[in-house]
Design a protein around this ligand. Structure first.
Ligand SMILES: CC(C)(COP(=O)(O)OP(=O)(O)OC[C@H]1O[C@@H](n2cnc3c(N)ncnc32)[C@H](O)[C@@H]1OP(=O)(O)O)[C@@H](O)C(=O)NCCC(=O)NCCS
Length: 292
């Protein structure tokens, strides 16, 4: 269905009809800097890209036509083939800075909640894509978490922010899951994980500590682990994985330079990640993973 906003008409995307106008967008390297694929090289490639996006199950995409002059200036909609409805948007560079993306995204969110029957929408945005993170916030989406991603055409992984907005407030909001590691010596393990994984201490209890909270990363909160003192024979080995978007090589160096044992060197895994691992004295196996 067509949607209308104050300055735009949202027309159901038709690759045959809209590829020519949208090639100015998808063929522009500055605009495509953030996209999941490189710029297209021809109108035909743009048409195919649009057709592929549209063919994903559940995709609902619109071409954005500016009512003032009937120019097609971009695309917005809901991605197909994703578990949670995902917003997407892209605008011709010369119309950035006029509020068109936020206007279109607001109409798409209204459609998702009022007509498509969805109870939540997400947007996955590279953390350095500040124009898009601003669009998320202006459209009422807030940050829900971060994950590492690597696009096929890029050499390095990046940090993706998952923004989300629910139709109604969620009754439950789990912010973290901190595994509890039983260890024989809490202060010694704190020192090991500080050296090996640049962990920081969020709290300790006892003197010397028999409980400690650790956060992996330089901030006050984030993924972490709790250490509790237990007799050595009760410390059944556990295993957990840290996903990192940057600093994989630095962490590996720090692990090698620390006094941890059982280091398994970096290797590519069949599920698309590159991982190394090491063990704590109790046998706990810690895996560090990044997109391969
Ligand atoms: C992301 C993208 C669509 C944002 O476009 P945008 O024009 O910056 O976003 P908006 O439509 O919200 O416009 C906001 C700007 O318009 C300004 N503005 C001017 N008139 C306005 C109006 N009437 N209403 C609202 N904002 C207005 C705002 O002040 C703001 O400018 P600022 O950022 O300089 O302060 C565009 O940068 C783009 O196509 N990027 C590449 C594709 C991309 O990254 N897609 C997402 C991948 S996850």
């Amino acid at each position: 269905m067509n949607l209308e906003t104050a300055r735009l008409e949202l027309l159901p995307l038709d690759p045959g009809r809209h590829a020519e106008a949208l090639h100015a967008v998808y063929g522009n390297a500055a605009v495509m800097r953030w996209w999941t694929c490189p710029p297209t090289g021809s109108v035909e490639q743009t048409r195919r890209l649009l057709a592929d996006e549209l063919a994903r199950p559940g995709a609902t995409l619109w071409a954005l036509r500016r009512t003032e002059d009937d120019l097609v200036i971009g695309m917005a909609g809901l991605l197909g083939g994703v578990a949670i409805p995902g917003l997407t948007w892209i605008l011709a560079e010369q119309v950035w800075g006029h509020g068109f993306a936020t206007e279109a995204a607001t109409a798409v969110v209204d459609h998702a909640f009022q007509h498509a029957g969805y109870d939540r929408v997400e947007a996955w945005v590279e953390s350095s894509n500040t124009r898009s993170t601003a669009v998320c916030r202006k459209t009422g989406l807030i940050e829900r978490g971060r994950l590492p991603q690597r696009y096929e055409h890029r050499e390095k992984p990046h940090e993706t922010v998952v923004f989300g907005r629910a139709k109604k407030p969620d009754p439950i909001s789990v912010l973290h899951l901190d595994p509890v590691l039983p260890v024989a010596d809490v202060p010694a393990t704190v020192e090991l994980l500080r050296a090996a994984l640049k962990a920081r201490v969020s709290f300790t209890a006892g003197e010397p500590a028999d409980v400690a909270g650790l956060v992996f990363g330089p901030w006050s909160t984030g993924p972490g682990v709790r250490l509790v003192r237990r007799p050595a024979q009760e410390c059944a080995p556990l295993e957990f994985t840290l996903d990192v978007s940057a600093g994989f090589a630095d962490l590996h160096q720090a692990v090698v330079a620390s006094s941890v044992t059982g280091i398994e060197p970096p290797a590519d895994r069949p599920w698309g990640t590159r991982e190394f691992a090491f063990r704590l004295p109790e046998g706990h196996r810690i895996v560090v993973s990044t997109p391969g």
